[in-house]
Design a protein around this ligand. Structure first.
Ligand SMILES: Nc1ncnc2c1ncn2[C@@H]1O[C@H](COP(=O)(O)OP(=O)(O)OP(=O)(O)O)[C@@H](O)[C@H]1O
Ligand SMILES: [Mg+2]
Length: 634
């Protein structure tokens, strides 16, 4: 037997591993299993080049628990290690990287630590997070020389021992003696969950216990004439070793993609709309499938997240910083050994490889969308309402995506017709250019509430866009910056002729003195805190009073409410204009009345009608209005 100190120079890191890495103890299992997978893959590679000439045999990795002995074991039939390799890989290399990790870890703040652990496995030594003692029983695939099987043992002090043992089978068995606090890992369901989380798509079969399945008995029928089945106990294999994303896109059918979606998100009822199969090996290695979910994409709730794998080992499902933000609205998997995972998130964001990968994914997504648009416009339009948030988010936040998406991004008008940017511009150019040669895009965010304004716009032959998406108020700003000589105005921002000013103002029937008189009368009849009075010279047939919401103030409020810019404006009351149509005959009539009472009755009635058309008349004023109206018709 050989004993020794793993590293004499340093303090004992085991207590630190145990104490600090508290929150993510479970990753030790991922680490042990990925080592077993690595060892198996290495043997397969050696076999394929002829270095290993023996039988590969069954390469299944076995995970087992023994409640009595309080052990968890991971056993593989991979390359194994001889004494020399154990010394080199476990005692020296792995130890010093674990040591380095601990050093780094100790200097980090609480928040940074969390990111570090989630992203970075300690490798083999992470097993000491949960163990009093760990044993490695291993036999190399090599023949002759010093190839005796060895047992390595360490009880969480810097001392280890190595003994020759009698082990026939090639490969490695790691036995973790769980400590008092880690009894949870003796629970079958806990382990099953963990295996499903981390090992679902590993390339080597992983067996954990057995399961009962019903199997058909060939040639036998039950009394209903159906094939007879019996319950049999079979090894429970956790993983699909050949996940769809590793296949060539040409070999996958639509059904394969749908089935795989189920496999990824077994608890989701949604169906994906379509998917993008990523597959490159130059200049970096990246495979994956990204799904566009069918349910309206919601920026807030992201339950089924993109999962990130490195060579089929699950790493994380928080991919922020690795892919552009808007892409995190998608579902699916990304697998790349080229994404460095052993670093903190802030580092990731500035990593050149990550940037390249991220812009590649973005390009692929844009290409796919463009292809769908070109291939079948109708079906693209049918999907539009579902994918719109995603595309708008991308266009707002990523310049590069905007450049690609402007070719297929659509605008929808109130008649549910879809236009590309270019098409829409041509559609409204004639009618909606104002006297300053600016093109005016009219929009509504609520067809019902802004109905009367939409109708006035239609009467003038104008088109109105429907911009009722959650990101539309931001998106409008982006479009205004991109389009030349263009303004967006919501239909209720002003009276129709002011929205698209075609010529200088029409003459007024009232002079300034009369307007002042009128203003005094109006002011004593309206809620002055709520409205700003504005005179306008509309046509005689236009309404006497019109309530509008000036575009600029309203937009600031909208954006503030969305959280884009914090101007502290979300609490402000609506900014409303009461537009007085100086040319409506009622105004002249009011000035002709001799008594205040008569003037007030007429103004109140006209004002209430304006409120009513905007659904703003409520409570006492509404009751008063009804009474007054009845008096008038009596
Ligand atoms: N099951 C095993 N079979 C054969 N060799 C193993 C096994 N487990 C560990 N080793 C050896 O021990 C070394 C250290 O393992 P460890 O998990 O600490 O680091 P790693 O796997 O090299 O890197 P990382 O886990 O950080 O990706 C491995 O590189 C490998 O040489
Ligand atoms: Mg490892």
């Amino acid at each position: 037997m050989q004993t020794g100190k793993i590293n004499v120079k340093t303090e004992n890191i085991f207590p630190i591993i145990k104490k600090f890495l508290y929150s993510d103890h479970e990753i030790f299992l991922r680490e042990l299993i990925s080592n077993a997978v690595d060892a198996t893959q290495k043997l397969k590679a050696l076999s394929s080049i002829g270095t290993f000439k023996g039988e590969l045999g069954d390469l299944t990795i076995h995970v087992s628990i023994d409640k009595k002995a309080r052990t968890l074991t991971v056993k593989d039939r991979g390359i194994g290690m001889n004494a020399e390799e154990l010394e080199k890989y476990i005692n020296q290399i792995a130890f010093s990287s674990a040591e380095e990790f601990v050093k780094k870890f100790k200097t980090k703040s609480e928040a940074e630590r969390h990111a570090l652990i989630g992203q970075f496995g300690l490798g083999f030594y992470s097993s000491f997070m949960v163990a009093d003692k760990v044993e490695i029983l291993t036999k190399t695939y090599k023949k002759g020389g010093s190839t005796k099987a060895i047992k390595w043992e360490c009880d969480g002090s810097p001392e280890y021992s190595m003994t020759e043992i009698d082990k026939k089978d090639r490969g490695t068995e790691v036995i973790v003696y769980l400590d008092k606090e880690s009894g949870e890992f003796l629970d079958e369901y806990r382990i099953l969950n963990l295996l499903n989380k981390y090992s679902k798509f590993l390339p080597v079969p992983i067996q954990f216990g057995t399961e009962k399945v019903r199997e058909e008995v060939k040639g036998e029928k039950d009394k209903d004439g159906k094939n007879k089945t019996v319950e049999v106990e079979k090894p429970r294999i956790i993983n699909n070793t050949d996940p769809l994303w590793k296949k060539k896109p040409a070999d996958c059918s639509e059904k394969d993609y749908k089935d795989f979606y189920r496999e990824l998100y077994p608890t989701s009822f949604e169906e994906p709309l379509f998917q993008i199969h990523l597959n490159v090996d130059y200049p970096f290695n990246l495979t994956g499938i990204l799904y566009f979910p069918k349910a309206k994409l919601n920026v807030e709730v992201r339950k089924d997240k993109i999962q990130l794998y490195s060579n089929q080992v699950f790493i994380t499902d928080s991919v922020e910083g690795i892919v552009p933000d808007f892409l995190t609205l998608l579902h699916g998997v990304i697998d790349s050994p080229d994404i460095p995972l052993n670093v903190s998130r802030s580092f990731l964001q500035s990593d050149a490889r990550v940037k390249k990968i991220s812009s590649y994914i973005m390009r692929k997504v844009a290409d796919k969308l463009e292809e769908l648009f070109k291939k079948d416009r109708k079906s693209f339009e049918n999907k539009w309402d579902d994918i719109k948030v995603f595309i708008e988010y991308g266009m707002i936040s990523e310049e590069k995506f905007y450049e690609r998406a402007e070719k297929f991004s659509l605008l929808k008008n109130i008649d549910n017709k879809y236009f590309t940017f270019k098409e829409y511009k041509n559609h409204i150019k004639e009618q909606q250019t104002n006297k300053d040669k600016k093109l005016v895009y009219l929009y509504t965010n609520n067809k019902e509430e802004q109905h009367s304004f939409i109708e006035s716009a239609r009467e003038r032959g104008y088109d109105v866009l429907l911009m009722d998406g959650i990101l539309d108020s931001h998106f409008i700003n982006t479009l205004e910056q991109k389009f030349k000589d263009t303004i967006f105005i919501r239909v209720d921002a002003d009276t129709i002729d002011k929205l698209i000013l075609k010529e200088d103002e029409a003459p007024s029937k009232l002079d300034d003195k009369q307007k002042d008189q009128l203003k005094t009368i109006i002011e004593r009849n309206i809620d002055k805190k709520k409205f700003t009075i504005v005179f306008d010279n509309l046509s005689e047939s236009d309404q006497p009073f019109i309530i509008t919401r000036p575009e600029f103030m309203r937009r600031m409020k909208d954006m503030s409410a969305l959280g884009g810019v914090s101007l502290g404006m979300d609490n402000l009351p609506d900014s409303l204009n009461l537009v007085v149509n100086a040319n409506n005959p009622i105004m002249t009539k009011v000035l002709e009345y001799k008594t205040d009472k008569k003037q007030d009755q007429l103004i109140k009635q006209a004002y209430d009608l304006a409120l009513l058309s905007q659904n703003l008349l409520k409570g006492q004023p509404l009751t008063d209005f009804i009474k007054r109206s009845i008096d008038i018709i009596k």
